[in-house]
Write a new protein. Structure first.
Length: 241
């Protein structure tokens, strides 16, 4: 947090130095890279990952901390010499067009990002190459958002409430990533206690917490409070499943 001198922001533990949440999905078999969300830290995250190829972007929702890094896809466009598909709900894609009007101009500025908008039917699985992706509907306060299940992996961020029918789509996942903002109740995010209740209902073998506020507390301290099979994610964490 800018200007904050709390114990988390001043921590020397690298696990407490968190950028905005995002996920890079890599398939060695298909030589495919998919990113979920492109927030303000997207450029830094891609540099850290040393990524040279990006095949698609999935957007959970239209808030700036999940889409505003879209301009930085340009090096991937230049390398591949083609537009990059961006998947999202209709409302999310409309927000992208509004916030990046120069990308969608009739005569775009040379060097502007190349984006191919792909609308998601939230009631149907869809394909990115050979990868099948199942949308998971949830609410971020009153805002409809999407999580995604890819094989045995499910990613859910900015969740406050989710219907039982959607939880059934998650069950059977080996690894689930889910947001937990901090330990107090919040109007549009799961608290730690609420996240743990949802985690118990999903009953995955391994769950990681993401989208943590600095108010959650230090990684080492909060980790000691978590049940078996639940861990706090950290920047650079790699998961195989």
């Amino acid at each position: 947090m800018i200007g904050c001198d709390c114990e988390v922001c001043c921590s020397e533990d690298s696990r407490d130095q968190r950028l905005r949440c995002a996920v890079l999905l890599q398939s060695d078999q298909e030589n495919q890279n998919i990113v979920i969300d492109v927030g303000p830290d997207f450029r830094q995250q891609m540099l850290s990952a040393k990524l040279q190829q990006l095949d698609a972007i999935l957007l959970t929702h239209e808030h700036n901390d999940h889409i505003i890094g879209l301009d930085d896809i340009r090096p991937f466009n230049f390398r591949a010499k083609k537009a990059l598909p961006v998947y999202g709900r209709t409302e999310v894609l409309s927000a992208v067009q509004q916030r990046f009007p120069y990308v969608f101009a009739k005569n775009p500025y040379p060097g502007a990002p190349g984006v191919l908008l792909e609308e998601i039917d939230e009631n149907q699985p869809f394909q990115v190459g050979e990868t099948t992706i199942i949308p998971i509907r949830a609410l971020h306060g009153k805002l409809p958002i999407l999580g995604f299940r890819i094989g045995d992996f499910t990613y859910l961020t900015d969740v406050k409430t989710i219907e039982e029918t959607e939880i059934e789509k998650i069950k059977g996942s080996k690894v689930v990533v889910i947001s937990a903002l901090h330990q107090r109740e919040h109007h549009s995010h799961l608290s730690l206690a609420e996240a743990l209740q949802l985690i118990e209902r999903i009953d995955a073998p391994q769950t990681y917490l993401t989208h943590l506020s600095h108010l959650m507390g230090k990684h080492e301290v909060v980790s000691a409070l978590l049940p078996a099979g639940v861990n706090i994610a950290w920047d650079g964490l790699e998961i195989k499943c």
